[in-house]
Design a protein around this ligand. Sequence first.
Ligand code: PAF
Length: 305
Amino acid sequence: MKVVTTREELRTARAELEVGPDTAGGDITVAGAARPSGVGRRSVGLVPTMGFLHEGHLSLVRRAREENDATVVSIFVNPTQFGPSEDLEAYPRDLDHDLALLDGAGVDLVWTPQVEDVYPAGFDTYVTPGGVADVLEGARRPGHFRGVATIISILFHLCAPDRAYFGQKDAQQVAVIRQLVRDLGLPVEIVACPIVREPDGLAMSSRNTYLAAADRPAALVLSRALQAAGRAWADGEGDAEALRTILRDVITAEPRAVVDYVSVADPRTLAELTAVDPAVGALASLAVRVGAPRLIDNLVLAPRA
Ligand code: PAF
């Protein structure tokens, strides 16, 4: 496993990944665009992360390895996606442990840039996503998705991946990145991987480390609320406000939890729904403060056959 820091080192190491047997075979068609394979063309899967890796990240790495000839992981706590009062300084970091996990997982290349490698002196170009970034997390964290869209654009440009892997846990992030890829015509296939949960149902997140032991059981209220809404949807409830009420009621029954938002929205635009179209389904999502941390979780209400 190669570990590089500067943009130049990344570019060189990325080019070196091209050399080798074309085990995927033939041209690779992604998102409607075909990259010519040429002799020895190897496909590359990218897993962008902010480090402090857990099983959720490793599931993305495994999927990337299954579907590509080479796997690249980036580890970068991206300052432009944190608001002034957010946890940039406190965000958990453990680079040595991360690298040991990635080495064990068979990753080929890791980019661990410093802030000045990503944002050199004089950097002044940002990618501002549209309406899908203005609701839910975007409404509570102004500028967050501008920072995400900017770092993802830089990463896609420098790594030139065929596929990029993201956790469905950050469903709005996936929607914003899909829109970015569509709008700018980027030749990258976006792969959203299922949420990985602790055995008791808590969605894995690097920020779970902020949970006080006394609050840990209360954090299960997020997955419980989503399961309740999922059951109601499966039983035929299609009124979005009724589904939001189910989410809110489960959470307010837990005294240690404070609702930030509950949402039942169009899965692509994230606009709140009145009635869920059975042919389209919806994304049920929520943000809840449990003690110090604000936790998010979601459930896809799949279309009814
Ligand atoms: O999901 C994350 O960890 C980050 O938002 C990402 C995609 C690595 C961009 O900094």
